[in-house]
Design a protein around this ligand. Structure first.
Ligand code: PLP
Length: 403
């Protein structure tokens, strides 16, 4: 039997919005024997590691590390500042905000969700309305997802801070930067964010398994006034440990820490401003290609306005089941794995094969983006999807800096 020709051999490329591509140096840093957790390199490297983490989040405040994914970090953050019966406000531009609100309900809080749908950023007027209506000041925190990874909307956190200040509302501003940290500009202290939640496996380029919660003095004051905080989630000993094990509430995530040490070194060697600029340019190349393909009438970008688009993930629609067909084709034929759509189909499942996402976060360069775009172009051809011409040339112009 003659084998069918496949172009999928060679290094595969996982272009999904997390876990992201890990640098070889990060993988190599993790490939080692178990270290001593009582003395030596691992213990000694912690102060500089937390300092370098703070530099990525642009904060001089505290950070607590959890052996958890993003969901764990969500719960950790809430557990320190929200008591049962208290309220949170969650302006939602996609699936992930609903998830965080559910987490808040799970610890006994009341969560008021303002749903802006799947393709729109926050409407500050509606958020203002909800905050003004809260004359009793029952809302203790606003759960702000910076980049909602399902819709690829990027929301305006400084505008939300300005609104809270203008209304003199004391609610904590809690930001989920899981998809955006190390990709989109984020300035915790300058933007007046009280609590920042993130995780290891997206812009930080480390495997899933570490969650981070940064918190300032306002958040710490709320923590101090809590009737109780679950012992394991308590951020106080983790942020200011007397003994090494207190950083992690038990055994350290040893190998993740070596990986993170290397990843943070790479980020700061490049310079965080350069990391943001790189993601911006690469995102612009992706948008340019998608906008041109979309002239054919099939492909659609979920977010119309470039200003509201994430630099880390792009959500797309390709109707009549072609999104799943495209993902299947590029994976089988090219070794290129595109992201599934998330939370975009109708509740009854209609359209579930019509959405996909491109992850472009973390360890990503120009040739990788041109490879993804070339792979999609080949897939659209193979599937006979009508598309505008010249997408790849236009993307190359953006990459080259000449667009
Ligand atoms: C990935 C992600 C999460 C969830 O993180 P997990 O590690 O999957 O628990 C939450 N919020 C945002 C914005 C994300 O991108």
């Amino acid at each position: 039997m003659k084998n069918k020709l496949s172009l999928a051999q060679g290094r595969g490329y996982l272009a999904i919005p997390g876990p992201s591509v890990m640098p070889e140096a990060v993988l190599q840093a993790m490939h080692r024997a178990a270290p001593n957790i009582y003395a030596g390199e691992l213990v000694d490297m912690m102060p500089a590691l937390t300092q370098d983490l703070r530099r990525v989040a642009r904060t001089s405040h505290d950070v607590a590390i959890y052996i958890a994914n993003g969901h764990g970090a969500w719960e950790a953050a809430l557990s320190n500042v929200i008591a049962p019966g208290e309220s949170v406000l969650a302006p939602a531009s996609g699936r992930f905000t609903h998830g965080w609100a559910e987490m808040a309900r799970g610890i006994g809080a009341e969560a008021e969700v303002i749903d802006f749908g799947k393709s729109s950023p926050w409407d500050m007027d509606r958020i203002a309305e909800a905050l003004r209506a809260d004359t009793a000041r029952r809302i203790k925190a606003v759960l702000a997802v910076h980049v909602d990874t399902s819709s690829s909307i990027r929301n305006d956190i400084p505008a939300l801070r300005a609104l809270l200040d203008e209304l003199d509302h004391p609610a904590l501003l809690m930001a989920d930067c899981i998809a955006s940290l190390g990709c989109d500009r984020f300035e915790m202290d300058t933007w007046g964010v009280d609590v920042t939640v993130t995780a290891s496996q997206k812009g930080l380029m480390v495997p899933p398994g570490m969650g981070f919660v940064f918190f300032n003095d306002r958040a710490q004051a709320k923590r101090a006034a809590m009737p109780r905080v679950s012992k394991y989630w308590d951020w106080a000993p983790r942020a200011n440990p007397e003994f090494f094990y207190e950083y992690f509430g038990g055994t350290a995530p040893t190998h993740h820490l070596f990986g993170l040490r290397t990843a943070l070194g790479m980020i700061h060697e490049e310079g965080i401003e350069n990391v943001w600029a790189r993601h911006e340019r690469l995102a612009q190349a992706i948008w340019t290609a998608c906008e041109i393909w979309s002239r054919g009438g099939a492909l659609q970008l979920n977010v119309a306005d470039r200003v509201c688009r994430s630099h880390a993930v792009t959500a797309l629609r390709l109707p009549e089941g072609k999104a799943t067909a495209l993902r299947t084709w590029t994976e089988a034929n090219l070794g290129l794995t595109l992201g599934i759509g998330l939370g975009m189909a109708a509740p009854d499942g209609t359209g579930r094969d019509d959405y996909f996402r491109l992850g472009h976060m973390g360890h990503l360069n120009g040739h990788m983006v041109m490879g993804v775009l070339g792979g999609i172009d080949a897939g659209l051809r193979a599937l006979n999807v009508p598309r505008g011409e010249g997408a790849l040339e236009a993307a190359a112009a953006v990459i080259s800096g000449q667009a």
